[in-house]
Design a protein around this ligand. Structure first.
Ligand code: IMP
Ligand code: MG
Length: 174
């Protein structure tokens, strides 16, 4: 399946669930309870993370999605970021939390953050499950990071290799 062998489990199901629970609590505590929070998920890679994360944020919130496409079928970024689907939600005046699966080159964040800032959110923060710490420059550092990621290609828990492996309940390297 997918043409490559799984190398090793990097983050187990249990490690992920513990970390996501802690992040959810931290996020909930960071926003005034009466303010509106919009969780903006970046599909497809973060779909499982978003689903788990919002259930660990004990406060009222809204959820919407963006779809961007930055990779072709492979493990190397094409350097292009296309907004394939835009959120319906109004960002103006709301606290917006952009949820990313993994920050690699930073291209996605660097292209997307200015576009979202232009819509006048009350605040804009980034939450990333994984951060490879290889991006030479980020317009905005994520306020919340789940795990420091090894500089390898990772799959599972939403992350794909040419659309394979998104359904693995853990994160592994190829
Ligand atoms: P960036 O724009 O290079 O920071 O990459 C961001 C996007 O590329 C992520 O949202 C992922 O969809 C994808 N990506 C980056 N690294 C990996 C990886 O190791 N495995 C799977 N997808 C990745
Ligand atoms: Mg992907």
């Amino acid at each position: 399946m997918g043409g490559k062998e799984l190398r090793r489990i990097v983050f187990s199901e249990q490690e992920i669930s513990r970390r996501v629970r802690d992040m959810g609590r931290e996020i909930a505590a960071a926003y005034p309870p009466q303010d509106e929070l919009l969780v903006l998920g970046l599909l497809k890679g973060s779909f499982i993370f978003i689903a788990d994360l919002v259930r660990q944020i004990p406060r009222p919130l809204h959820v919407d999605f963006l779809v961007v496409s930055s990779y072709g079928a492979g493990t190397v970024s094409s350097g292009e970021v296309r907004l394939v689907y835009d959120a319906k939600a109004e960002l103006a005046g709301r606290h917006v939390l952009l949820v990313e699966d993994i920050i690699d080159s930073g291209t996605t964040i660097n292209r997307l953050v200015p576009v979202l800032e232009e819509r006048g959110p009350k605040s804009l923060e980034v939450c990333a499950l994984l951060h490879k710490r290889v991006a030479p420059y980020l317009v905005k550092e994520p306020r919340w990071v789940g795990f420091e990621a090894p500089k390898e290609f990772l799959i599972g828990y939403g992350l794909d290799y040419s659309e394979h492996y998104r359904n693995l309940p853990y994160i592994a390297s190829l």
